[in-house]
Ligand binder design. Structure first.
Ligand code: ZN
Ligand code: ZN
Ligand code: ZN
Length: 155
């Protein structure tokens, strides 16, 4: 399959800056804890997806005073706004690399967890065509993730 856009190859806007803007637009305050979480997610990027529990320990290790419930609450806000994604079948989170909202997917390394996002018109078209062949269902969306080995793990 041809990937029409490997988004990591273009210089992305800083995740934390973009996420803060989106949160503000959504009428949400930027608390010091929220900023620390965004910076941590930015730093980990698509390289080391961590779950809320690990994010909480890492924030605490860095001296951010925050309880686990707040981390969970903030994570669900970020998920709701599409600013982070959950690696399918796990609790690990990775920041979204897109600047504009549009359906996109990721290829995830099963060796180390590194993820790259891509968009593919061909995939979207094929899934849209499947929709008309699902009688008795109103299709509302799809989850799709490619699995494989990154260059480092394949070597
Ligand atoms: Zn994304
Ligand atoms: Zn899609
Ligand atoms: Zn890998």
């Amino acid at each position: 399959m041809q990937l029409c856009c490997i988004c990591a190859s273009v210089a992305p806007m800083r995740f934390s800056v973009q996420a803060e803007e989106a949160l503000r637009r959504g009428g949400r305050r930027i608390t010091p804890m929220r900023r620390a979480l965004l910076l941590l997610l930015e730093e980990l990027g698509g390289e080391t997806p961590l779950g809320p529990r690990e994010l909480h320990s890492e924030l605490r290790r860095r001296g951010v005073r925050v309880d686990r419930v707040s981390v969970y609450r903030n994570v669900s806000t970020l998920l709701e706004l599409g600013l982070v994604h959950r690696v399918l079948g796990s609790s690990a989170l990775r920041p979204c690399a897109q600047r504009k909202p549009s359906c996109h997917h990721a290829i995830v390394c099963t060796g180390c967890g590194v993820a790259r996002e891509f968009r593919s018109g061909a995939v979207e078209k094929a899934l849209a065509a499947l929709r008309v062949r699902a009688p008795g269902f109103v299709v509302q969306g799809h989850l799709l993730e490619l699995r494989g080995l990154c260059q480092r793990c394949a070597a």
